[in-house]
Design a protein around this ligand. Structure first.
Ligand SMILES: [Zn+2]
Length: 184
């Protein structure tokens, strides 16, 4: 499975455009919560729903790996729910993934099963994953991390991402290769 031609560049343009709309530079960090607010998509935490449905507690404890996040659709409106038993980097990845579905106007998936939205449609999930990464760390941000020789820990903190996300974006944006070339 491959992303359609031109999608990666489009995703980065979209991530830069979102920053511009918020008065931010192309290399700026952008928290998913702030972007969701801008897009008028409410983001809620699983833990806030325990009182309404005690079964949710399972998703935060014994079955905490089952669902990272999901989008609830009501007509044309969306609401994003994030599993807040996960660490912040992962929560941001999950929220960004759901925001990406919204930005790409992906149709709602079938009713949720325990796996959440993942894997029900490979192409759509791959697009959402790619855009989620670009939204968190644009190409411009990755290049600026490489140029400034920011430590991975400092970059993770600055952009609110996991080490895995940081490494993936540094590789996929070509920033790691640039840095290695300029260092040699
Ligand atoms: Zn998804």
């Amino acid at each position: 499975m491959a992303l359609r031609h031109g999608f990666k560049a489009e995703a980065n343009r979209l991530a830069v455009q979102m920053r511009r709309e918020l008065g931010l530079g192309p290399a700026s960090p952008l928290a998913p919560s702030r972007l969701a607010k801008h897009l008028m998509i409410p983001v809620r935490m699983f833990s806030s729903a325990i009182a309404d449905d005690p079964r949710i507690e399972r998703l935060l404890t014994t079955e905490w790996e089952a669902v990272s996040a999901l989008t609830v659709h009501a007509g044309s409106r969306r609401q994003i729910w994030v599993n807040d038993s996960h660490d912040m980097g992962r929560q941001n990845s999950s929220a960004s993934h759901e925001i990406a579905h919204a930005l790409l106007m992906h149709p709602p998936g079938p009713a949720l099963d325990v796996r959440g939205c993942r894997h029900w449609d490979g192409d759509i999930e791959e697009e959402a994953d790619w855009l989620a990464g670009s939204l968190l760390i644009t190409n411009e941000a990755a290049w600026s991390i490489a140029r400034s020789a920011l430590s991975p820990e400092a970059a993770m903190f600055r952009f609110g991402v996991s080490r895995r996300m940081l490494t993936w974006r540094m590789n996929m944006s070509g920033a790691s290769a640039r840095r290695d070339r300029s260092a040699s």
